[in-house]
Design a protein around this ligand. Structure first.
Ligand code: NCD
Ligand code: ZN
Length: 427
């Protein structure tokens, strides 16, 4: 055995004091006591699975002033995330064999954490899904416009679902209906205008489109960032091959309490009412939502500090997601088991990754947290290039140690590994 870590483990749905034995990057044994070449006793701290973020925008290639794979993955690691899945709205967009291969190759030299790459399905490449499928970890479909996004016409949805059923690759959907967004288009002066221009009816229409086109098929579909009360109702009794994600910002913000002129909170789908927010909380607590995903979408302060209508949509969040929700677990807003299902177990299942739970045979992707050590988030301590966070001042519990495949990446607020440690997964 290479390493054993002793402490309070979250294992099979409960806590127990024990040792986690690691060999060749995998969890090799879980026992009361274990002997290994190296032994770490973490005392009263918790040993938990690292998180998996199946929705990040690392802007690489194309927008290195906002983020790149090394800064984005550094932020992920410090936030206890061992694996990220990157979205295709880069420049060039990830829509072809060469753009996927180039992104994978470049991320392999820069990423601190494990990663996968999604390809976009567009009206132009719809016929090439089968060719792209073995190269990528999944597909993204935009049904409505967003930052740098290429929208797919709904008449292609059925073909896309048919292909993903064959390949079993996850199709992730940005569910806002383009004709609906166009109908509501107007000048936006604040967050309430942004919400009026992207009403929940657009989410509802897109979701009905997805459900209708998936009928009689069973492709693995993931609805990204559910944002409305109506959306929760449409998906409440969905078939089991359709999973649903929610973001920290949709759970923690609403237009009733935000300063509405603030461009920081301009994001798609929009931050909605306290009513919507409560519906999302309830859905997350009652297992109607499968996954917590950051939709980490960094834009610089300067890009956000313009007239509301011209500000880009998107907020950063990969580093703060797990720590924010550990602090909420401490406040008893949700059980730890529910959080670990949302952040670790379900994303691993959906992506077929040997990660996400502390089980023998899985990758030793582990974080150690001191639940008595709550800190307030400040942008200065974060690692994204964008240099700001919408969660400034929020209480959070950051990991004290982070391991990926048995290697210690983070200790004493220091990154111990070199960029390029991360490997491509899910292909
Ligand atoms: C995303 C971005 O900036 O890349 N913005 C956002 O508001 N979520 C684009 C997207 O995926 O919608
Ligand atoms: Zn996104």
């Amino acid at each position: 055995m290479d390493l054993s870590i002793e402490g309070t483990l979250f294992h099979k749905g409960g806590f127990e004091h024990g040792c986690l034995g690691i060999k060749d990057g995998k969890i090799h044994a879980i026992k009361k006591t274990l002997k290994a070449e190296q032994h770490i006793d973490v005392g009263h701290q918790l040993i938990l699975p690292a998180g998996i973020d199946l929705h990040v925008h690392f802007r690489d290639p194309g927008f290195p002033h906002k983020e790149d794979f090394s800064t984005g993955s550094l932020a992920a690691a410090f936030g206890g995330i061992s694996c990220v899945m990157d979205m295709p709205n880069t420049q060039p967009p990830t829509t072809s064999i060469s753009s996927i291969q180039e992104k994978v190759h470049s991320a392999q030299t820069r990423s601190y954490v494990d990663f996968g790459i999604y390809a976009a399905i567009t009206n132009q490449n719809i016929g090439r899904i089968a060719t792209l499928s073995p190269l990528c970890s999944g597909f993204k479909i935009y049904l409505g416009s967003s930052t740098q996004a290429t929208v797919l016409s709904p008449q292609h949805l059925r073909a896309a679902f048919f292909e993903s059923q064959r390949s079993q690759k996850l199709i992730l959907i940005h569910a806002e209906d383009e004709p609906c967004l166009k109908r509501h288009h107007a000048v936006e002066r604040n967050l309430v205008d942004h919400l009026r221009c992207r009403p929940s009816a657009c989410e509802e229409t897109a979701l009905h489109d997805v459900l209708r086109n998936a009928q009689g098929l069973s492709p693995p579909i993931h609805i990204c960032h559910l944002s409305s009360c109506e959306g929760v109702e449409v998906l409440r009794h969905r078939p089991s091959h359709i999973s649903v994600g929610v973001t920290p910002h949709h759970l923690l913000f609403d237009v009733n309490t935000l300063t509405v002129e603030h461009t920081w909170y301009k994001v798609n789908p929009p931050i909605r009412s306290s009513f919507d927010r409560e519906a999302l909380w309830s859905a997350a607590q009652h297992h109607i939502i499968d996954v917590l995903e950051s939709d980490h979408a960094p834009h610089t302060r300067e890009e956000k500090q313009v007239e509301f209508d011209h500000a880009p949509s998107g907020v950063p969040g990969v580093e703060t997601m797990y720590p924010l929700f550990l602090a909420l677990v401490k406040k008893e807003r949700l059980p730890l088991g529910t959080l670990l299902s949302l952040l670790c177990e379900r994303p691993a299942q959906l992506l077929h990754l040997p990660k996400g739970t502390l089980e023998v045979g899985n990758d030793a992707d582990i974080i150690v947290v001191d639940m008595n050590h709550t800190e307030n988030i400040t942008a200065e301590r974060l690692h994204s290039k964008c240099g700001w966070t919408p969660f400034e001042g929020y209480p959070a519990i950051f990991p004290s140690l982070v391991f990926i495949r048995g290697e210690k990446l983070i200790q004493d607020h220091q990154m111990l590994m070199k960029p390029g440690y991360g490997t491509c997964v899910g292909v």
